[in-house]
Design a protein around this ligand. Structure first.
Ligand code: FES
Length: 125
């Protein structure tokens, strides 16, 4: 089974990377939800936002091609790089994948989880 590693599962507060083995065809977003990595998903994985934007540092070539629609939505994202993908669209094949969650996605996740945002705020004060 391919392995997905999130380098910064909790953003800047990450204690270290988190990895999990997944069934081939699992999306990066589904894997994130399974292991608690903070990948935002404002549209629920329906390819209508860009909050699941991640950078794929390893295994990028093993992912399916970016579709025109994914490209269109990614145009809304910040700091798009050659290794950018939308987590809800990128489904792993046979190779392991290493992912960094973008600032944009981490912020979106906190917007979707206000209780966690409050905890982070309290920890910083
Ligand atoms: S969750 Fe909205 S495009 Fe991926």
């Amino acid at each position: 089974m391919p392995k997905i590693t999130f380098q910064n599962p909790q953003g800047t507060r990450s204690a270290g990377p988190v990895s999990l083995s997944v069934v081939k065809g699992t999306s990066i977003l589904d894997a994130a939800e399974e292991c608690g990595a903070r990948v935002g998903h404002a549209c629920g994985g329906n390819l209508a936002c860009s909050t699941c934007h991640v950078w794929v540092h390893e295994g990028l070539d093993s992912l399916p091609e970016v579709t025109d629609k994914e490209n269109d939505i990614m145009d809304k994202a910040f700091d798009v790089r050659p290794e950018s993908r939308l987590g809800c669209q990128a489904r792993v094949a046979d190779e392991d994948v290493v992912v960094e969650i973008t600032e944009e996605s981490l912020r979106a996740w906190l917007d979707e989880n206000p209780d966690e945002r409050k905890k982070e705020h309290a920890a910083r004060s």
